[in-house]
Design a protein around this ligand. Structure first.
Ligand code: ATP
Length: 483
């Protein structure tokens, strides 16, 4: 049977990957905490992304900007005026919805009923109304489509309002307008405002990129589907600064590079697809999503956007500081390209969505054995580089010096990669414990080990065992856990 989101949520909680936030107080909607295994998996994903960006590309460097930024940042970026979703309430159930999601849901229904043209027409009409900011039209469309509220089965809707998604708070002790600041809704702006600092201090030449991993906050109207849509989440973004006119080549280049990244980490090509945006955000002249097939359908995991000079130009205007670059390279007439505001192609992936995709993909249920010994086996088929633990060292029994030997092996491996030791139960049960958290290798110390200093390595996915010398472990495992 197909994996359900419920299986994922249950497994994530039971094995220390993801917990609801403040659970003892019944949780806080759309906020989650990563547990002891989840934080390792997430850190590994972030480390691999960071390496792919800053170590494997000579012309990309990283920064770590603050969550708080000068309020004018969000004026320049367009977030104060335009970062909102159309919100609608059902008067009977008092439930709040996103108007566009109600219509998208209806379109999905048409699609499922074998009426793709009707679905397309509905989405096109919605796009037209939203672009024209015709909110009354959106409401009429919802009513005309006879969309009912799931809770009370009524269609008694309020008007549609634009709801800004930014969280705000006060700095300092005086609650004046000037002290109102926002929690960043995206990490990108920390990169734009530092563009010249990095370019000058690093003597960077266009084309070059700046990468960042950090928290972002959005007051999502309807937050559902586990960690897919949270109010506090983490982004991994890279803004690539280029000469105007070269954006389509770079856009295609990054599109391909990012798809390859996901496949290299184990997401199957058939569970991934590109989805071109019909409706472009205010800052973009081309945009595509990489979608992953989550248990609830293909949904956005990463965005690749050609942002033109929208952000830098607006920051230049509001800050009255020149945000230009002098390009000494020669054009086809032999003249330097000279001063310009660079264009930007960005790649933006949610660390939490990448985590969720990786976790869903790794979750495997299999029937093993035959006849009486047939049983169901659950394990996480994580790429070894991503697994919370790389190795578990298990003494077959605790007595006769096997435990001490296994502990010595654990100590010799743990500075190279994350290693755990377990002598707590029957060996089969200990294998299962490691399978459930995705540990790719179990090293077993048995009586033969005491004679010839060899151990067995049991492989998670195949459950096959091989005998190797203790002295070879570090190299053999180290080779397989790197990307
Ligand atoms: P969506 O349409 O799903 O709201 P978006 O198009 O607004 O996403 P972007 O602004 O392009 O998203 O943000 C880039 C990435 O950040 C997304 O691809 C996603 O992985 C992640 N992201 C955005 N919003 C959230 C959220 N509320 N929770 C978790 N991750 C998010």
């Amino acid at each position: 049977p197909a994996t359900s989101l419920q299986d994922i949520v249950g497994h994530a909680k039971e094995y220390g990957f993801v917990f609801p936030s403040s659970e003892i107080y019944d949780g806080l909607q759309a906020v989650y905490d990563y547990g002891q295994n989840g934080v390792e998996l997430k850190n590994n994903l972030k480390a691999v992304w960071w390496k792919a960006m800053t170590q494997l590309n000579d012309n990309i460097v990283g920064i770590d900007a603050s969550i708080f930024m000068h309020p004018l940042t969000w004026k320049a970026s367009g977030h104060i005026d335009g970062f909102s979703d159309p919100m609608i309430d059902n008067k009977d159930s008092k439930k709040r919805y996103r108007a566009d999601q109600l219509l998208e849901g209806k379109a999905e229904q048409y699609e499922a009923d074998g009426r793709p043209e009707t679905a397309q027409a509905l989405l096109a009409e919605m796009g037209r109304l939203l672009s024209a900011e015709d909110l009354e039209g959106v409401r009429e469309l919802i009513i005309a489509e006879n969309i009912k509220c799931a809770v009370s089965n009524t269609a008694n809707w309020t008007e549609v309002r634009q709801f800004n998604l930014m969280f705000s708070t006060q700095v300092g002790s005086v609650a004046e307008d000037s002290s109102l600041i926002y929690l960043r809704p995206e990490t990108a702006q920390g990169i734009f405002v530092n563009f010249l600092n990095v370019q000058k201090s690093g003597r960077m030449k266009v084309p070059f990129g700046i990468a960042q991993i950090g928290k972002a906050f959005r007051n999502e109207i309807v937050a559902r589907q586990f960690t897919f849509r949270m109010r506090e989440f983490e982004q991994m973004e890279m803004q690539f600064f280029i000469r105007p006119g070269t954006e389509m080549a770079w856009y295609n280049n990054w599109k391909e590079a990012r798809m390859k990244f996901h496949i290299a980490l184990g997401l199957p090509a058939e569970s991934l697809k590109f989805h071109d945006h019909e409706k472009l955000a205010h800052y973009a002249n081309a945009a595509v999503d990489i979608e992953y097939k989550f248990p609830f359908g293909f949904r956005e995991m990463e965005g690749i956007h050609s942002r033109t000079d929208f952000d830098l130009r607006n920051h230049q205007e509001l800050s009255r500081k020149k945000l230009q670059y002098f390009d000494a390279d020669l054009d086809e007439n032999g003249k330097p390209y000279g001063n310009y505001i660079p264009y930007v192609v960005e790649t933006s992936v949610g660390a939490d969505r990448l985590f969720l995709a990786t976790f869903c993909n790794a979750y495997t249920k299999e029937t093993v054995g035959e006849g009486d010994s047939e049983k169901e086996r659950t394990y996480l088929k994580l790429h070894p580089a991503l697994a919370p633990f790389k190795v578990a060292v298990l003494p077959l029994v605790k007595k006769d010096g096997l435990a001490e030997k296994a502990q010595a092996i654990t100590n010799s491996l743990k500075s190279a990669f994350r290693t755990t030791y377990d002598d707590g139960a029957a060996i089969g049960k200990r294998y299962t414990r490691q399978d459930l958290i995705g540990t790719p290798f179990c090293v077993v110390v048995d009586y033969q080990t005491m004679e010839d200093d060899t151990v067995t390595i049991r492989h998670r996915d195949t459950m096959e065992q091989e005998r190797v010398a203790i002295s070879e472990l570090r190299e053999k495992i180290g080779y397989q856990v790197s990307v």
